[in-house]
Design a binder for this molecule. Structure first.
Ligand code: SAH
Length: 371
């Protein structure tokens, strides 16, 4: 289903021209959607009444409907489960902090990367999302904030992170289009600073290099989770295709091209990747590079044989990196109680996760010869 947010400004004008309308109608429609955050014909009083329905039906179809909404952290965190028009399920999370509001979006329904510690990875990939479906998550979040639905009053989305379901760089073109639509000024897009947008990847090196050529200033996050290939092959199976050295090489390309620090994401898993020698190995890999390490206490997913590192061990890991001059923080994880925290998004609509998880292998290894 074609949506305004799938198209750039020229594409929207062409789409409007197909309906026999002048190009400026596309700009008017875009201003309603990206600027005033409305997709309702009744609000579009600057358009002739008969045109409102025509344009909204053609370019603003309802892509996502809410299946479930859960809040926690005193109403400051809200997870939404969405259903797309073909029945695919996906989730996003809106998080209010003292000085920012972050929307965590899905780039795919499900995920094909099969990381064994991640809830989404257990169920596999359903399909890629369109740019319109990615942008719709932000649109609906922005509307909820603008109408004061999140605790803390009326607000705006300041940050967007591609850390929901899916591997953004496995859905390259729609994700790059969505990044542009987030950051382009109204009426082309929402006008959110690209510097406040983060694309997180398992490390698809060729796509990372391609991204470095897009001229973006969005932040790139790399889910490393281990400094050594032996362990990373298990934690992030795609490492067998693009090992640590190659992933980091591509990350430094992106840092050089964008001028932005690359975030290294490291889920702290007790007695798996939290040893002092791994902290030292990680420091050696990262020293001298434009980088910041985020240590994330593992959110154990049901059925997982792993748990979070002991806080003292995580603190020691952090200290080891800091002493070697690597900028590092331990990330606060929001939304645990509503399965809305890092790695917990699994779109279990019926709340019937036990069924889903009984069939999920506790540990999945890639099978195909190409992986
Ligand atoms: N596919 C992308 C983006 C989605 S996941 C990626 O892997 O980067 C966003 C982050 O959450 C990644 O760093 C991922 O490794 C991490 N994550 C997944 N499961 C987790 C869990 N159970 N606990 C903590 N972090 C987790």
């Amino acid at each position: 289903m074609r949506h305004l947010a799938d198209l750039d400004v020229a594409g929207r004008r062409a789409a409007v021209a197909e309906l026999g309308q002048p190009g400026y109608r596309a700009d008017q429609l875009s201003r309603h959607y990206f600027g005033r955050l409305t997709d309702s014909p009744d609000d579009m009083t600057d358009l002739p009444a008969d045109l409102r329905e025509t344009l909204t039906q053609a370019l603003l179809p309802e892509l996502l409907t809410v299946t479930r909404e859960l809040t926690c952290d005193h109403g400051m965190t809200r997870k939404t489960l969405w259903r797309a028009s073909d029945g695919s399920q996906l989730e996003s999370v809106l998080m209010r902090y003292p000085s920012r509001v972050t929307m965590c979006v899905s780039s795919q329904a499900g995920c094909g990367m099969a990381c064994p510690f991640c809830a989404t990875g257990q169920a596999g990939l359903t399909r890629n999302l369109s740019a319109g479906e990615i942008i719709t998550q932000v649109f609906k979040g922005a509307r909820a904030l603008a109408s004061g639905q999140l605790a803390g009053g009326v607000g705006r989305i300041s940050n967007v992170v591609f850390m929901g379901m899916g591997e953004p760089l496995a859905n390259y073109a729609p994700v790059v289009a969505a990044v542009r639509r987030l950051s382009d000024a109204v009426p082309a897009g929402f006008g959110i600073s690209q510097r406040a947008v983060t694309v997180s990847t398992v490390g698809l090196a060729p796509a990372m290099r391609k991204l470095a050529g897009e001229g973006l200033s969005a932040r790139l996050a790399v889910s490393l989770h281990a400094p050594d290939d032996e362990l990373r092959d298990e934690l992030v199976p795609v490492n067998r295709r693009w090992p640590v050295a190659e992933v980091l090489d591509a990350a430094w390309d992106y840092a050089a091209a964008s001028g932005r620090r690359v975030s290294i994401e490291y889920a702290m898993i007790r007695a798996v990747n939290d040893q002092a020698w791994r902290a030292e190995a990680l420091a050696r890999l990262l020293a001298g590079h434009l980088v910041h390490v985020n240590l994330i206490p593992l959110n154990p997913t049901p059925g997982s044989r792993w748990t979070a590192s002991d806080p003292a061990v995580a603190a020691e890991f952090e200290r080891t990196l800091a002493q070697r001059g690597i900028p590092v923080t331990i990330r606060d994880t929001r939304g645990r109680e509503i399965d809305g925290a890092c790695g917990q998004l699994a779109a279990s609509a019926a709340g019937d996760r036990s069924i889903e998880l009984q069939n999920a292998p506790a540990f999945r290894r890639p099978t195909g010869p190409t992986r």
